[in-house]
Design a protein around this ligand. Structure first.
Ligand code: URP
Ligand code: ZN
Ligand code: ZN
Ligand code: ZN
Length: 479
């Protein structure tokens, strides 16, 4: 047996096991896992390192054209597939699934063709797209969407808020129906649009327009109600549902109840909701906008409820929701240095910091074991989004997407250290323990000790299979 690369002496961790073994790689795939493997063209010493499946970030926004007429009036995303995937790779993520958005009046198929063009020739890591449906016309639901799903775009996203993208409950049911017929999985942004508008209007009338009022205008019940409605619509239509960026205990309880009724609901949270609070939006001038995302970060109680959900298995996946708006006139400050919160783009960067922050806060602090960390950040995403076992695990036959992780290294996060094209990180000064040292994609080293080795354009589009969520009727056993 001969190998292109052997990774020697590391501790391999998967969603199931932790064990000491060598890994043999040939033609971009893992071809052997054994106690001791012979020589190869390249031998990488992984002594003292964890060998993990590369992270999968299945919720990130890259080069997403903004809807004409949005409140944030055309704030531009600073990361496309090139800088976004490079930043991902430096953070230990080897597969990204950003969103291809259809705006109202547009063809979904045309939006997908355009988005392929934005990705091709740029990505360093492999990638796929979720499809955001914001105009579910009969042609979209009857022809375009089924054709796209059959071509391997097996997940869709719908919004319950944001004026330009939100669907009515009836439209959501229509999308769910096509998803059921084609066995696509649906992600939903669950916040009650009417409550947000009503509260924001009141705040505006009272002259309360600073960034922290963004959080006041979207309290937790806004998310609880919409989560309840979203899972109800999914039950009626008979589709599994992914509720993204959950921020606290109340929406999690809605999901627990839906599961107890026998329904397949998948729960996602993001690192920002575990380490930031609404207080981070309450800063001088517009600095609080650096932590402004939707839903907003909450408080310590909500954080504790999320950790509980991570520990008890309610939360299935943790993704970044990377939304790369710079803190300048192209991005967050598009409407000026005194912009009211409603005119500031929602979303914060985090594609590179997701794994280090989460490892440090969860595994190092003893909240979960390394297997659960791998499940939350890679394996469950792979299963849910039709990429398993090619991605998200370490097994013979899987792509050699691997991270040699230094579990001891301490790093203070600063924006100067990161590789995104955003001019700030909301985690400036945060100390973490654990850092990706060497990152491989299909057997090729793409990042090594802080240096980029992979060339942009090497990343491939991934045609995805049907979601594991469609392969079971048993709620607790979807993975
Ligand atoms: O504020 C956020 N999260 N912006 C990105 C878009 C979304 O809602 O996921
Ligand atoms: Zn395509
Ligand atoms: Zn969202
Ligand atoms: Zn998002």
């Amino acid at each position: 047996m001969s190998f292109d690369t052997v990774i020697r002496g590391g501790t391999i961790a998967t969603a199931a096991d932790v064990f000491a073994a060598d890994l043999g790689i040939r033609d971009g795939r893992i071809t052997a896992i054994a106690e001791r493997l012979g020589d190869a063209d390249t031998v990488i010493d992984a002594t003292g390192r964890l060998v993990l499946p590369g992270g999968i970030d299945a919720h990130c926004h890259l080069d997403q054209p903004q809807a004409p007429g949005l409140a944030a009036k055309g704030a531009r995303m600073a990361d496309g597939f090139r800088s976004g995937s490079i930043s991902a790779a430096f953070g230990g993520t080897t597969t990204i699934v950003p969103f291809c958005v259809q705006h109202r009046g547009e063809s979904l198929a045309a939006a997908v063709a355009d988005y392929h063009g934005r990705a091709e020739g740029h990505a360093v890591t492999d990638y796929a797209f979720h499809l955001i449906v914001s105009d579910p016309t009969p042609a979209v639901l009857g022809q375009e969407l089924p054709a796209l799903i059959r071509r391997g775009h097996t997940s869709l996203k719908v919004y319950m808020t944001y004026e330009a993208m939100r669907l009515s409950d009836r439209q959501i049911l229509d999308v769910f129906e096509t998803a059921r017929q084609e066995r696509a999985v649906v992600l939903i942004h669950a916040e009650n649009h009417e409550i947000i508008g009503w509260l924001a209007d009141r705040l505006e009338r009272a002259g309360r327009t600073r960034p922290h009022e963004h959080a006041t205008s979207r309290p937790l019940p806004v998310e609880r109600e919409a989560t309840h409605r979203a899972v109800t619509l999914a039950e009626i239509a008979g589709v599994p549902l992914v509720v993204v960026h959950i921020t606290g205990g109340e929406p999690l309880d809605e999901i627990r109840r839906a599961r107890a009724r026998g329904h397949v609901v998948i729960a996602e949270t993001c690192p920002q909701y575990l380490v930031l609070t609404a207080d981070d939006l309450d800063m001088p001038d517009l600095l609080g906008a650096k932590a402004m995302c939707s839903p907003p970060p909450r408080d310590r109680t909500a954080q504790a409820a999320l950790w509980q959900g991570i520990e008890d298995g309610t939360i299935d996946i943790i993704n970044s929701d990377h939304a790369p708006y710079r803190f300048d006139a192209e991005g967050k400050l598009k409407a000026g240095p005194r912009a009211p919160f409603r005119a500031i783009a929602n979303g914060i960067p985090g594609i590179e910091t997701r794994l280090p922050i989460l490892f440090s806060e969860s595994v190092v602090k003893g909240r979960i074991d390394i297997q659960r960390f791998v499940a939350l950040t890679a394996t469950n995403n792979a299963r849910l989004y039709g990429l398993h076992p090619r991605k998200g695990t370490i097994a013979v036959g899987s792509d050699a997407d691997l991270v040699l992780w230094d579990p001891e290294r301490r790093v203070t996060i600063t924006n100067a250290l990161l590789h995104h094209n955003v001019d700030y990180t909301p985690y400036e000064g945060l100390e973490v323990q654990g850092w990706p040292e060497t990152v491989m994609s299909r057997g090729e080293i793409v990042v090594e000790r802080g240096e980029l080795k992979g060339s942009p354009g090497r990343g491939r589009f991934l045609v995805r299979d049907v979601s594991s969520a469609w392969k079971t009727r048993e709620i607790a056993a979807w993975i």
